[in-house]
Design a protein around this ligand. Sequence first.
Ligand code: PMP
Length: 356
Amino acid sequence: MSLAEKLTRNNIRDLVPYASARRSMSGGRIWLNANESPYANEYQLDCSVLNRYPDFQPASLIQAYADYAQVEKEQVLASRGADEAIELLIRTFCEDDDQILICPPTYGMYAISAQTCNIGVKKVPLNSDFTLDLPAIEAAKDKVKVVFICSPNNPTGSLVAPQQLKAVLDIFKGQAIVAVDEAYIEYAIETSVASWLNEYDNLAVMRTMSKAFGLAGIRCGYTLANADIIQAMSKVIPPYPISWPVAQIAVQALSANEPDSGLVRMQQQLQQTMVQKQRIVEALEKLEYVYEQVPSASNFIMFRTEKKKALFETLVEAGILIRDYSSQIMLDNSLRISVGSEAETDALLSVLNEFK
Ligand code: PMP
């Protein structure tokens, strides 16, 4: 055993370093496995400031997030992706034998972040129709300090109904933070709960620039919550988390004033994604080897096929990478496809239609 292994904390010894979304196919051309945007945009950079540390929370970026989400700037914290926000919530609010609560199948980083922080994870699986099991959540509430609910949920694409979210906020009133992960909210913006912040002091909303805004490469996310929650998280986030280039790019992506502004472009690209998504949904409906697809409120689609292994491999041979979820709880035979560009969808559909 190496010295490093000997000294490594017990609870993280069996973890493996995070593998890139590109890991399993160095030669792949079409990446439909990480729910990214297929569109890259151009940005201007001012390098004259790069010799200086950035602001702890760049003022123009915080204002841009606040304007976009229609909240106060004291209700915003910028972080390196939503992933950092997940960890910050756990590190800020959980200690000793506190626990987080998650509802699988859902995004994997909640449990991984808890494990790296030595915090226990209570799992209350979704119902078979992917709604929340409220009585089971209520029964599991002891010792819970942070609840993670993802809507639209990754990997299923399903939405959590507002009445269910309100019920969870009420169950944990005065006890725990309910963190609603809105990473994919642009695809279902009318369902955002950001406007509930003044009503619920235990609500935190996580957002990201990685999906609809097409900025996964700059690692940029944010949390919306009441000013006290934001203050508490600010004590834990390391100094200078947002570099100048990241702040500059994100501000341009959120700008709303000119006809070709970042927000207008995002909305146009989102419309194109919806068109391609519809093509994939219709194609999957006609395929005999697909026996179910989950109605998706996002930019990815989960479906079930008995031939998942062969289909996955056939797509890889064609240079197309999707994601296999079939080993996860409630997701037997499930594959997930992220919606790409028109050309990527053409390539995908030609393989799907020929596969027997
Ligand atoms: N939440 C969900 C549900 C996600 O799918 C992802 C990205 N895969 C994240 C959070 C993390 O996003 P970011 O790139 O901002 O860290």
